[in-house]
Design a protein around this ligand. Structure first.
Ligand SMILES: [Zn+2]
Length: 102
């Protein structure tokens, strides 16, 4: 099994668990927040945050599910997703954007 497929499986499981929790508690929202990368070469953490946020319904203003990258050091990894703009690390060009739920 390739590293990419292991990561994809982990993302699928995290997305399913996240949706089961928040949609189960709050119901399906009218709007949700997504993580947008604007850098031409975002880091792997931010690429996965953006990918994961496309797959789950993150309620507006709620935390994103954060992949656990123990090999990388991010300041306040558990709280970075609550701030605006979404600055995960130095030189991060990401933004939190609210969009309608399709
Ligand atoms: Zn970023």
């Amino acid at each position: 099994m390739s590293l990419e497929s292991i990561i994809q499986t982990a993302l699928d499981l995290a997305a399913a668990a996240y949706d089961a929790f928040f949609v189960g508690v709050l119901g399906l929202p009218d709007q949700r927040d997504i993580w947008i990368t604007t850098s031409g070469n975002p880091c792997i953490f931010c690429r996965h945050m953006a990918q994961l946020s496309q797959r789950v319904n993150v309620p507006v203003g709620h935390p994103f599910p954060v992949p656990n990258y123990s090999i990388l050091v991010y300041m306040n990894a558990q709280s970075i997703t609550l701030i605006e703009p979404a600055r995960a690390h130095d030189n991060c060009q990401c933004a939190r954007v609210t969009v309608p739920v399709p």
